[in-house]
Design a protein around this ligand. Sequence first.
Ligand code: GDP
Length: 138
Amino acid sequence: MNNRTFTMIKPDATRNGHTGGILEMINKAGFRIVAMKMTHLSAQKAGEFYAVHKERPFYGELVQFMSSGPITAAILEKDNAVEDFRKLIGATNPAEAAEGTIRKKYATSIGENAVHGSDSNDNALIEGDFFFSKLEQF
Ligand code: GDP
């Protein structure tokens, strides 16, 4: 299956009032929202979500940031969803993100970069199931 991806609107974008603007960009790019919730990750849950990055030097900062305030988690549907959504969000570092991307418009730094997007079909499934039961995925 390559038609679904997973995203989070991160605590920086939530705090700065960009949830609506980001959802509008997502919809305009042709993604359909098939699951969505606003939630606040504990440090433990954020650590579990980003466990693959455990050995990276920024892991502690990342966990602290991702548990610093509410986020919006969503599953998105579109042909070629993972790749197309990575293009829509832009490079990890907003200084390198292309014009017209979500991170170019809304991210403030490499750490506080407004949105998450899955990097593979396998991870999209794992990440979606981390937040949503099957009954909450439409
Ligand atoms: P992504 O797939 O574009 O989100 O990037 P990565 O998988 O490489 O990193 C995951 C997340 O960790 C990023 O979205 C950032 O929030 C954070 N991150 C990545 N690099 C750095 C860094 O150098 N410093 C800090 N503080 N956070 C980082």
